[in-house]
Write a protein that binds this ligand. Structure first.
Ligand code: SF4
Length: 138
């Protein structure tokens, strides 16, 4: 059994648990990019929370010592708060079963998605354990 892989992640996350929340990019129009179509993932979709939880179970069992995590692909917050927060909480629960505490959870974050979610949602995400969002030029 295999967890779904991310297409890319920030260099700083090379030792993190890599959890796929969404597939591809929901924008795909930055002229300098094109990474997801080039890597065979032209479409964007959200995964179900059940699928994501299965991957988290696998990853935390196989890598019990890893204490940082990254959620992808390009815009995992577009999956919606319920899915993202459900995944973040499940990750922390599963890590604690392995006697690990997740020290840092980060993700890519599109500015327009954050804007649509709004300030209150960002506080809720922080409470659920999201420590950092990587925003870029898009
Ligand atoms: S939003 Fe990010 S992943 Fe999507 S096209 Fe732009 S740079 Fe690439």
């Amino acid at each position: 059994m295999q967890a779904e892989s991310l297409i890319i992640r920030p260099p700083s996350e090379y030792r993190s648990l890599l959890v796929r929340i969404t597939r591809g990019c929901n924008w795909n129009r930055c002229r300098f990019c094109g990474i997801y179509p080039a890597m065979g993932q032209p479409d964007f979709s959200s995964r179900s929370l059940e699928e994501i939880k299965e991957d988290i179970n696998l990853l935390t069992t196989r890598h019990p010592k890893l204490d940082t995590a990254f959620f992808g692909d390009a815009d995992p917050l577009a999956a919606g708060l319920d899915i993202f927060i459900g995944a973040a909480r499940h990750l922390r629960r599963q890590a604690s079963i392995q006697k690990t505490a997740i020290q840092r959870l980060t993700c890519y974050a599109r500015a327009s998605t954050l804007f649509k979610l709004g300030k209150t949602a960002i506080f809720i995400l922080a409470e659920a354990g999201l420590n950092r969002g990587h925003l870029d030029l898009e």
